[in-house]
Design a protein around this ligand. Structure first.
Ligand code: NDP
Length: 274
């Protein structure tokens, strides 16, 4: 973890600011990708039950020999497992696939408001947290109204809200709502699934710093204080996406990237994904 800063969550736990995402990596290729990431120095891995590759992550963790207390492992509860009892069962299945006794961060993957189950689901996460089976609990894709409903339960406040953030979809209102409740914003698809990397505003900044466009976009996130979890199956890119802490974007360059906002959502809208 040397060289990679940590972010302190609202319960005092720290998590690396840069982690490794494994969405859309086939199970058979996941262990190799995660092994490459661990060798490159990543210590935070972001998976989900829905990615169907938790066992591959677990195999790489076990083979790595990295001490457990240096790792920060996140997985997520899938929509069809929402509800109090189903959540408890789904958690057991996820940690078994990962080969872990205690999980670092468990997230509700989507609020799926039409199901009307996310508050009961949150109570189950809180129960697992109180038992010490998870070190921090959080949510993903929660809009401010969903987040406030969870906070209003009066139990544990989510430590993290993992939402889509990149230059073309900055979700400033959602980030402010997170911050107001003491919830860390974690950006998914931080590179817009590579869709922002050939924008001239990005490529010109990259040229000026002798960095790649991906590094410029990831550095923009880092300077704004978010946790990021870029995904790659390409070893050179895996290493490059962690090399973000020996250069700095100017205020003008940050503003130029901010100006790329265009409501460019790559994934579903949380209100309509059920
Ligand atoms: P990213 O924004 O991380 O982009 C990944 C894409 O960018 C891949 O095509 C990858 O190619 C390419 N890429 C990565 N690094 C570079 C580089 N240095 N130069 C050029 N191209 C690069 O997209 P994801 O959607 O994967 O998001 C990241 C993570 O966020 C996921 O893996 C997952 O963990 C999480 N996530 C969470 C969601 C949620 O609902 N909570 C939804 C979506 C994602 P290649 O692999 O071929 O190298």
């Amino acid at each position: 973890m040397a060289g990679t800063p940590s972010i302190t969550l609202n319960n005092g736990l720290t998590m690396p600011q840069v982690g490794f995402g494994v969405f859309q990596i086939p199970e058979a290729e996941t262990a190799a990708a995660v092994s490459t990431a661990l060798e490159a120095g990543y210590r935070s891995i972001d998976t989900a039950a829905a990615y169907a590759n938790e066992a591959g992550v677990g195999a790489a963790l076990k083979a790595s020999g990295v001490p457990r207390d240096e790792l920060f492992i996140t997985t997520k509860l899938w929509n069809s497992d929402q509800g109090y009892d189903q959540t408890l069962r789904a958690f057991d299945a996820s940690v078994a696939r990962l080969g872990l006794d205690v999980l670092d961060l468990y997230l509700i993957h989507w609020p799926t408001p039409k199901r009307g189950k996310y508050l009961d689901t949150w109570r189950a996460l809180d129960n697992l947290y109180q038992q010490g089976r998870i070190r921090a609990i959080g949510v993903s894709n929660f809009l401010p109204e969903h987040l406030r409903a969870v906070a209003d339960l009066g139990g544990t406040v989510p430590a993290v809200n993992q939402i889509e953030v990149h230059p073309q979809l900055q979700q400033r209102a959602a980030q402010e709502a997170n911050a107001a409740l003491g919830v860390v914003t974690e950006a998914w698809s931080p590179l817009a699934q590579a869709g922002v990397l050939d924008d001239p505003a990005i490529t010109s900044i990259a040229t000026a710093h002798d960095r790649t466009p991906a590094q410029v976009v990831l550095r923009w996130h880092v300077q704004q204080g978010r946790v990021i979890i870029p995904k790659s199956v390409t070893p050179e890119r895996i290493r490059q996406n962690l090399a973000l802490f020996d250069f700095e974007l100017t205020a003008e360059e940050m503003t130029a990237i901010d100006a790329l906002e265009c409501d460019g959502r790559t994934g579903p809208h949380p209100d309509h994904f059920n």
